[in-house]
Write a protein that binds this ligand. Structure first.
Ligand code: ATP
Length: 911
């Protein structure tokens, strides 16, 4: 594994544990080699060493974050994301709390590191709209806190002037659901005084430089930092590396996101402005040297902005109120005292406002869901500070660092050695400097610096820096680590400044408060699993690419990195309780899977034998197994991952089968249910249909029975049915010809009359149609027939048979000769051979007869006048002729050829 790691990161060694030698020179050389190639992160085991590059590196983008998500710690080059991810993953798998301690001196990169971790969680943790709001609030708390709590110092243009511990709360899914911030000791003295080259807190400059004209007008401020005493002492109000105007916009937006409403925002800026006005309050003195404050504009602004009575404010700044039993005596201040009171008020106002702000941020990030959360705490605490002149703040800051170093020693070095001893593990003890002695020097009850300070504050009489120093020298002058003699401290002044005016009891001194809060912090941290980031400052001049070896060596030393490395190398990289180890890795050995029935230690022994651990790679302690190198553990972890996948596949298959079965069962049940339902529906329908049918039939029967009655409710439907039915039948069987008198459907009784009407209508219609379709010839025929009828109907018996016989024009024609005879031949067409044929008759009034005949028949061409002979038919198909001739006397006779001979001028004969 180490080989692979070295190959992966070709510049230097990415984990100091893998260095060939553990000298300081080798350590620094490796650090420098990597720094020169912008590899600012290196591990000591799981501790991350970071060197401030003082330039933007392209290693903090989303892509990089994704690369580190869920990847084993040593799988990729060292990165702050790897540590953040590992803490997160461990929290999820072990369901416990963690904290990441980021330490290093001012300007080493702690705040940047904590921001990077927060951003990593913001991007990589699962999110929802709701969670995004929480996430935004967490991210946006930074610019607000930085504006009010950070300032430009000589060491860092954006130095945190307060300690910050932030808990990020996660639910069991790993979603970031809330947060909480604890703040420690804001450097309030900066409000009223800044060293040369330093600035007040950023917010003052942001407001003056970036504030909108209206707002500045309302607050009575000038748009010029030089106008304010509190902003100009460092003589660097404007700094090229800081863009106050842009930062102003960011802060205003951030205030909105963390739910600070407009009213509170206005109050907040009013307070910031009031501090600036306070700084400009100047005092006169009377003849006795007492401070005077008459009709001061700045004071009026302060009273206005803070909403306090101007008179009381004026009294508070120029008089001390002494309470003696029942009386109150006002003792006037000298100018110095008045200035001190003014500054104390400014610091107190600002300090309280900062605490208020942190509380608001906490309210906005609070997660109200009571279910259990795990947390990852981020501790970004000010680093060691040593100035030429060190004040109370430096004392507290350095005490805090000593305390955290103590915690680090306890949790790593000392605990490590003690654990080996407790577990009976052979190893070579590593010498380290235990700074407990320094912590005791500061905090020990009755004997420590803080206790002496408290006593000094309570002692009657005037307490001054000098009297305190005398006490200290008296009590601990011989202590090997008494370090404080150079301090022109503001401790006493600071303590008295916090006296609560309404309380007769003296409050705890700030130092004691700070000590208590540090003890609480230590308790919070002790209950969690620790991860460390040690930030190193690469150079004092904030230059990119500069590796100041002496400066870095110094930091490596006081941060105890070499000792940590030696402990890591001498010791074992990993240890776990037998039962925990066995529980995790038991699937890797058939003898331990799925259950090991014996003692866990024996199970672990069997397991590691099966895995082929070599004797020097591990040690069995009393309750834990100790594994020397990370590679052994990672090989095991890799095997576990593989096996887990196989197991997962098997489980998945089983689960899928189970799910499929379940699904099938469900479907079957559903099908049965649907079927039952469907059947029910069908049966119901069937029942309804039958009920309906019964009703209909009943109605039908009733209707049938009452069909003869007048229409009533009982028979109305039946009658309608009958009517409908009859009309339908009738429609389909209507007579097709007028002559068809038989086909008409006989109607039900109720429709007799209707039927008759319809019948008549129908026949009339047919007749009309028939008449319209009749030809003129046929019409003439009918007229003839009509005539025949009028003549013969009822008179002549054979008439009816004649009706069907159509009259034809060709059946009768008349012929006469051209001679003088009076013979008329009627040609009559006849098919019956038994019937007589044409009629030959003699008529004396031939002309009259035939003419009248023609008139009657309206046929003038009906008579043919023939010469010689007229052909006749004696019978059907039997022809003969009438031959005409002239003779002396008219005669008619049958000639020998069978023809009828007619001589003109003779007597007429009947044939
Ligand atoms: N990882 C980094 N990449 C680039 N620049 C960085 C990085 N870390 C720190 N810096 C630079 O160093 C400056 C100081 O860093 P930072 O404010 O984090 O220091 P600090 O340790 O928190 O100091 P203090 O204790 O004074 O608050 C930053 O403003 C930034 O310019």
């Amino acid at each position: 594994m180490e080989g692979a790691l070295t190959a992966r990161d070709r510049v230097g060694i990415q984990d100091f544990v893998l260095l060939d030698e553990t000298t300081e020179a080798a350590f620094l050389s490796n650090l420098k080699k990597r720094f020169s190639k912008d590899l600012i992160y290196t591990y000591i085991g799981t501790l991350l060493v970071s060197v401030n590059p003082y330039k933007e590196l392209d290693i903090y983008n989303k892509k990089q974050m994704e690369v580190y998500m869920g990847v084993n710690f040593f799988e990729l080059p060292p990165h702050i994301y790897a540590l953040a991810d590992n803490a997160y993953q461990t929290m999820l798998t072990e369901y416990n709390n963690h904290f990441i301690l980021i330490s290093g001196e001012s300007g080493a990169g702690k705040t940047e590191a904590s921001k990077k971790i927060l951003q990593y969680y913001a991007v990589t943790c699962p999110s929802t709209t709701l969670l995004n709001t929480v996430r935004d609030k967490m991210l946006m708390s930074n610019p607000v806190l930085e504006a009010f709590g950070n300032a430009k110092t000589l060491k860092n243009d954006n130095s945190s002037r307060f300690g910050k511990y932030m808990d990020i709360q996660f639910d069991s899914q790993g979603d970031a659901v809330g947060g909480h911030i604890l703040n420690y000791l804001l450097e309030k003295s900066r409000v009223v005084h800044q060293n040369h080259g330093e600035r007040n807190f950023h917010i003052f400059y942001q407001l003056v430089e970036g504030g909108e004209d209206d707002l500045l007008h309302e607050l009575g401020l000038e748009k010029d930092a030089q106008h304010y005493n509190y902003l100009t002492q460092g003589e660097c109000a404007i700094v090229s590396s800081i863009n106050d105007r842009n930062d102003w916009k960011t802060v205003k937006n951030a205030l909105q996101i963390i739910n600070i409403d407009e009213i509170n925002t206005n109050h907040l800026f009013g307070i910031v402005a009031s501090v600036l006005h306070l700084g400009n309050v100047q005092f006169d003195s009377d003849s006795k040297g007492h401070a005077l404050l008459n009709n001061n504009t700045e004071l009026r602004w302060v009273s206005n902005l803070l909403g306090v009575d101007a008179q009381s404010l004026q009294e508070g700044l120029t008089y001390r109120k002494i309470e003696a039993r029942t009386d109150q005596v006002l003792s006037p201040f000298t100018i110095d005292h008045a200035i001190y009171a003014r500054d104390a008020l400014a610091k107190a106002i600002y300090g309280q406002t900062f605490t208020w702000l942190v509380n608001r941020i906490n309210e906005s990030m609070e997660n109200k869901d009571p279910s259990r959360k795990t947390v990852i705490g981020l501790l970004d605490i000010y680093g060691f500070e040593v100035f030429y002149v060190n004040s109370f703040e430096q004392f507290c800051i350095n005490y805090c660092n000593e305390k955290l170093q103590q915690l680090f020693i306890q949790l790593t070095l000392k605990a490590e050695q003690e654990e080996y001893e407790a577990e009976d593990i052979e190893w070579e003890p590593v010498q380290f400097f235990n700074n407990k002695i320094i912590c005791d020097l500061v905090e020990e009850r009755h004997r420590g610096i803080i206790s002496i300070l408290d006593e000094e504050c309570l002692r009657p009489g005037d307490a001054t820096d000098l009297t305190f120093l005398e006490r200290l020298e008296d009590k601990m002058g011989n202590h090997p680590h008494f370090l404080i003699c150079q301090s022109k401290n503001a401790i006493v002044r600071e303590c008295f400044a916090t006296v609560d005016p309404d309380s007769r009891r003296r409050p705890e001194t700030v130092a004691t408060q700070f000590k208590s809060s540090l003890l609480k912090l230590t308790e919070i941290l002790m209950a969690k699993e620790a991860w460390y980031i040690r930030c190193l400052k690469s150079n004092e001049s904030k230059q990119p690419g500069q590796f100041d070896e002496a400066l870095i060596r110094h930091q490596v030393k006081y941060l105890g990195l070499m000792e940590h490395l030696r402990v890591r190398r001498a010791g074992f990289a990993y240890r776990r309780k037998y039962d925990v180890f066995l529980k995790r890795y038991k699937p890797l050995c058939p003898a331990t899977w799925p259950h090991w029935r014996g003692v866990p230690a024996d199970g672990v022994e069997v397991l590691v034998q099966h895995l082929g651990y070599l004797p020097y790679e591990y040690k069995m302690g009393r309750t834990k197994i100790f594994i020397r190198h990370p590679r052994t553990l990672y090989a095991t972890e890799d095997a576990y991952e593989k096996c887990k996948h196989e197991l997962a596949t098997r489980l998945q298959a089983k689960y899928k089968g189970y799910r499929a079965k379940g699904e099938f069962r469900k479907q079957k049940e559903a099908a049965t249910k649907i079927e039952t339902c469907w059947r029910g529906v069908q049966a119901r329908k069937e029942r309804e249909k039958r009920a309906w049918a019964v009703k209909v039939i009943k109605k039908f029967i009733k209707g049938y029975m009452t069909r003869g009655q007048a229409k009533c409710t009982d028979n109305s439907e039946y009658l309608a049915f009958v009517r409908q039915n009859y009309l339908n039948r009738l429609k389909n069987t209507l007579p097709k010809t007028v002559l068809d008198k038989t086909t008409w459907q006989s109607p039900p009784a109720v429709l007799t009359e209707t039927s008759e009407l319809l019948r008549k209508l129908h026949y009339r219609l047919m007749v009309r149609k028939y008449v319209r379709g009749i030809t003129p010839q046929r019409k003439a025929q009918f007229q003839l027939k009509l005539l025949t009828s009028s003549i013969f109907k009822g008179k002549k018996e054979s008439y009816p048979q004649s009706v069907a016989q159509p009259f034809v024009d060709t059946r009768i024609s008349i012929s006469v000769s051209n001679l003088t005879d009076s013979i008329i031949v009627f040609h009559i067409t006849c098919e019956d051979p038994k019937q007589k044929g044409d009629l030959v008759m003699q008529c004396d009034h031939l002309f009259e007869f035939l003419t009248k005949l023609c008139v009657i028949a309206n046929k003038q061409n009906a008579v043919k006048v023939v010469q010689g002979s007229i052909k006749i038919e004696i019978q059907a198909g039997k022809e003969s002729a009438v031959d005409f001739t002239t003779g002396q006397e008219p005669m008619v006779y049958k000639a020998k050829n069978g023809h009828l001979m007619v001589w003109s001028e003779g007597k007429m004969h009947k044939c």
